[in-house]
Write a protein that binds this ligand. Structure first.
Ligand code: XMP
Length: 512
């Protein structure tokens, strides 16, 4: 691995965003805990270090600290918000709590820059920045000069060009900061000398070589759900170790229309052992009579383990268990902690008796958009690579109440129509998730000359950044009309179409 940026995390809510911005510039980076030792930093060998923001105050004894030895390594540093205050505090400046509301800045703030500073080179002399801080730097450390000011903050940015230390009170990584990306690029390219040559092609080559080195002649087992992460993981492992890889795809019969076949087709010609277990009937019998959502999830999880156990027995021992863990999972589950078996939604955990030497997680350093990029690079079909998130329990949580084959048929057909029409309208890529739900509501209608008493389908479309909150999408009426007309005409058993106009919160994305 050539050039790396080290991001030291002090608990900031934007730590992942900083990492993504750096990667978008073609520079590899990793997020590590803020208290990394200078020896560990030296061993990591970064071309530059970024201190993230954080909720703490440098005067709080429990607040995260940086080892002062990190400042003696001769590596350029950019401190953001709390990271800036930490740097100032550690190097002899004075950081004080803002006593007045005026000094406590939050939100979009007009800021004036010294464009002679390497960080702000090429920028207009003033612009909007995103501030979010309680403490502020009252006195800058020796050797530093002030390079940006706002009305409330006389030291909105500082630098020591000799030691190549830069600090900003605001957040260049968020979109609200005008030219924030240019500031980060200036730091990466002009200050740290980054080449910007980190590509997915390069990642693929290194990942394949690493997997081969680690696995040797060993056998690898991967539970393939058909989702983006496990599919890309399968394609990468197949390139690395070919038939030493066994992918078990448990088709629980709760997938969307034609989905099982699409997954199989994507892997048919790849070098690997692909085992598709068509267990729809089993899952349906297990789900018979169950109406409560969490009970459905539990039943599916348990059945999954049982199916997997049987396959495990048939296929003998394995050396490595592969998981499609991605970087946000790693960051969110606590940095630096050893790999834990993800309580994987999709497989509901794996049976204890599947023994293996080690877990391998070839995607653990990639963000979701990078995983998709790698999938394209590996030749996976676009429909698989750009797939929207789909819950592990599948359509079971989109058929409200008891699940029957007939209800699944209605839902599959209605959902396929919605997806086809959204794609035809060119809107599929602009929604985070969109799908049909078969409600448990039956209502009266007229069909031809007769009265009908049939099911209502609800359409759901949301846009969201993180799925913690979500907005319902203002879909064009023409599209809703086309979908509605097609569903009631083409899907037998449905006579009414509803559109869900509830955001999250108070509603969730799924109905169950
Ligand atoms: P909710 O409904 O909780 O959904 O707002 C947020 C996101 O999580 C997905 N989801 C699930 N994914 N197993 C999964 O793998 C589940 O049981 C499950 N429930 C919800 C949902 O599709 C959305 O992306």
């Amino acid at each position: 691995m050539a050039q790396k940026i080290l991001i030291l995390d002090f608990g900031g809510q934007y730590n992942q965003l900083i990492a993504r911005r750096v990667r978008e510039c073609g520079v590899y980076c990793e997020v590590h805990p803020g208290d990394m030792t200078p020896e560990a930093v030296r061993a990591f060998d970064p071309i530059g270090i970024i201190f993230t923001g954080g909720p703490g105050s440098v005067y709080d004894p429990a607040a995260p600290r940086v080892d002062p030895g990190v400042f003696d390594l001769g590596v350029p540093i950019l401190g953001i918000c709390y990271g800036c205050q930490l740097m100032a505090h550690a190097l002899g400046g004075l950081v004080v709590p803002a006593i007045s509301d005026a000094a406590r800045e939050y939100g979009k703030t007009l800021t004036r820059f010294d464009t002679g500073c390497a960080l702000f080179r090429g920028l207009p002399p003033e612009g909007i920045t995103w501030m979010s801080h309680g403490d502020y730097m009252e006195k800058v450390p020796a050797g530093f000069t002030v390079t940006a000011v706002s009305d409330a903050c006389p030291n909105a940015a500082v630098c020591d060009e000799t030691r190549r230390f830069y600090g900003v009170q605001f957040h260049p990584e968020v979109n609200h900061t005008q030219n924030g990306c240019t500031m980060l690029r200036n730091f990466l390219f002009d200050v740290c000398g980054a080449a910007g040559d980190w590509t997915m092609g390069g990642f693929r080559e290194r990942a394949v070589a690493d997997i081969r080195r680690k696995v040797g002649n060993g056998r690898v087992l991967l539970a393939l759900s058909g989702g983006v992460d496990s599919s890309v993981c399968a394609a990468l492992l197949s390139e690395a170790v070919g038939e030493q890889l066994t992918c078990v795809f448990v088709d629980h019969g709760l997938l969307r229309k034609d989905e099982g076949d699409q997954v199989e087709a994507a892997f048919r010609d790849k070098a690997l052992r692909f085992v598709r277990v068509s267990a729809g009937d089993r899952f349906l019998s297990r789900l018979a009579g169950i109406t409560e959502p969490e009970e459905k999830r539990k039943a599916i999880g348990e059945e999954f383990i049982r199916v997997f156990e049987e396959i495990g027995k048939e296929s003998g021992s394995v050396d490595y268990l592969a998981q499609g863990t991605i970087y946000p999972d790693v960051i969110e589950s606590g940095l630096g902690s050893a790999a834990v078996i993800k309580s994987h939604h999709n497989v509901g955990g794996l049976p204890a008796h599947v023994r293996f030497r080690e877990i391998i997680e070839p995607l653990r350093m990639l963000f979701k958009d990078e995983v998709r990029q790698l999938g394209r690079e590996l030749g996976l079909p676009e429909e698989l690579v750009s797939r929207q998130p789909f819950p592990g329990p599948g359509l079971a949580v989109r058929v409200i109440g008891e699940i029957t084959p007939e209800k699944l048929r209605m839902l599959r057909d209605a959902d396929a129509i919605f997806r086809q029409e959204a794609a035809a309208a060119g809107l599929a890529g602009s929604m985070s998730q969109y799908f049909a739900v078969l409600t448990n509501l039956r209502s009266v209608g007229v069909m031809g000359d007769g009265r009908s008493y049939e099911y209502a389908v609800a359409l759901r479309a949301v846009s969201t950044e993180d799925f913690m909150t979500a907005d319902w999408v203002r879909l064009p009426y023409e599209l809703l009309d086309r979908v509605s007309v097609r569903i009631v005409n083409e899907v037998k058993g449905v006579n009414r179409v509803l559109y869900d106009i509830t955001s999250k919160p108070p509603a969730t994305v799924e109905f169950e």
